[in-house]
Design a protein around this ligand. Structure first.
Ligand code: UDP
Ligand code: MN
Length: 476
């Protein structure tokens, strides 16, 4: 089933004279069917006059069907606009996209992962914004395709942020950013992009320095290009009326050729080029990396000078003022969230967090006052105050009036824990969605019970799939 964008989006119309797009899809050992789903959705759901070409970049995959069979398929069923480029060695997605972009001739570049399904009217809203301002880079809302069932479901509109471990995270959109003249359909300023899916004027992509070709395989390039866009005079938006589904996998099914940690290598490069004094925030979390080598960055430093880019401090102040900055770089008048003092967020709901499937309640594993404690399912006890959660206007879940349910920002694969409420969103923001799911904003996943039959009833974050192990109710 495909969920079409909401009513306000349906009412929008777009100019006919939009720029044409080259869609670049880079893949490495992708499932043939997933790749075809991506390509067919693009061909079927893009007006022919706007689709200049689709460029498939095979990053030296080993799968046999991605070779001759893919060529045959394209020739037989998708003649005309599809071009296949083969890398003779594995380049990684960053150089892979650059290779694809170098072959493109459309006015706008659209990058997609190789396991997507674009929704109806996905492209026009993106092109319309770029048409209005070629220095604006735009991302669709990324809907969820379940890796288990391949079913498509819509996701809430959130925007991109990051943490000082230099990991991307999702944030709720601050109220101030919503509700312009166009209401829920207006573009949303986003401090960062998730990376896989975006559109950008091709000439602007080149002027702005494409990507850092010293980055390998996967990781970090999304923050790098986000910082570069904002700091060097551009803008980055999420466009609520454009939706593209993406298969979120539980883990990445490939490594790097020599087993290097490319995320760290790439993050180090971006920290040294773009973060100025704020790279210390990263190193204070990862002291082991202070002396680690990261290759030659002189070209990127030169690029930053040539483009006359702003400081990282400017970026934090103007684009991401919500970011908390601990330590010596702290903002002088930073509101103190840690001890919020008298300004407590308004309580929206209070009660036990009930899990339908097991008929149990979510409680602290140890004492509810223990920082870092895990949460587990236990028999509901209606007289026990330590089972009471508060859900407040900041979207926090506070147990026993003490600690907040928190997805640690540096170890996103860990289960949630109880931590001091920090009031800066992201890792402590939860929303109750359709199907009674409890959605964690920064990781974009749902609270789920792992061993529903076991006595421990442990919880973990998982892709939202509407299953009964993910259904919760806060009851008074
Ligand atoms: N990719 C690639 N070469 C690589 C690694 C990834 O071409 O060495 C492709 C991959 O097939 C996908 C895109 O880059 O189309 C993004 O990678 P992935 O989906 O694994 O990243 P995630 O969505 O998990 O962040
Ligand atoms: Mn992907």
């Amino acid at each position: 089933m495909c969920r079409t964008p909401g009513m306000p989006c349906k009412k929008k119309s777009y100019p006919v004279d939009l720029p044409v797009a080259s869609v670049v899809i880079c893949f490495y050992n992708e499932a043939f069917s997933a790749l075809l789903r991506t390509v067919h959705s693009v061909v079927d759901r893009t007006p022919a006059h706007l689709l200049h070409e689709v460029i498939l970049v095979d990053d030296n995959s080993d799968f046999d069907d991605l070779k001759g069979e893919l060529d045959d398929y394209v020739q037989k069923y998708l003649p005309g606009k599809i071009k296949v480029i083969r890398n003779t060695k594995r380049e990684g997605l960053i150089r892979g996209r650059m290779i694809g972009a170098a072959q493109a001739t459309g006015e706008v570049l659209v990058f997609l992962d190789s396991h997507c399904e674009v929704n109806v009217m996905w492209l026009q809203p993106l092109l319309a914004v770029i048409h209005g301002d070629p220095h604006t880079v735009v991302c669709p809302v990324i809907d969820i395709i379940s890796a288990d069932t391949l079913a498509y479901s819509s996701s809430p509109v959130v925007r991109g942020g990051f943490n000082w471990g230099l990991h991307f995270k999702w944030d709720l959109v601050p109220l101030a950013e919503l509700g312009g003249a166009d209401g829920a359909t207006a573009p949303i300023r986003s401090p960062t992009m998730a990376g896989g899916l975006f559109a950008m004027n091709r000439q602007y992509f080149n002027e702005l320095g494409q990507y850092d070709s010293g980055m390998d395989i996967w990781g970090g390039e999304n923050l790098e290009i986000s910082f570069r866009i904002w700091m060097c005079g551009g803008k980055l938006f999420i466009i609520p009326c454009s939706r593209v589904g993406h298969i979120f996998r539980k883990r990445r099914p490939y490594g790097s050729p020599e087993g290097q940690d490319t995320m760290t290598h790439n993050s180090l490069r971006l920290a040294h080029v773009w973060l100025d004094e704020y790279k210390e925030q990263y190193f204070s979390l990862r002291p082991d990396l202070k002396t680690k080598s990261y290759g030659n960055i002189s070209e990127r430093v030169e690029l930053r000078k040539r483009l006359g880019c702003q400081s990282f401090r400017w970026y934090l102040d103007h684009v991401y003022p919500e970011m908390q900055i601990p330590g010596p770089n702290a903002r002088p008048q930073q509101p103190i969230f840690i001890n919020r003092g008298p300004k407590r967020p308004r309580v929206l709901q209070r009660g036990r967090l009930y899990h339908f499937q097991t008929n149990k309640c979510l409680v602290a594993q140890g004492r509810p006052s223990q920082k870092g404690s895990l949460v587990v399912l236990k028999a509901c006890d209606y007289r026990d105050p330590t089972q009471i959660w508060i859900y407040n206007e900041e979207h926090e879940l506070v147990l026993n009036n003490l600690l907040c349910l928190d997805m640690s920002e540096t170890r996103s694969s860990d289960p949630p824990r109880l931590m001091k409420c920090h009031g800066s969103g992201g890792s402590q923001q939860w929303t109750f969605g359709k199907n009674n799911w409890l959605y964690q904003v920064s990781v974009g996943q749902c609270l789920s019970v792992v061993d529903t039959l076991g006595p421990k009833g442990s919880v973990a974050m998982a892709i939202c799939d509407g299953s009964s192990s993910q259904q919760w109710h806060l009851e008074g």
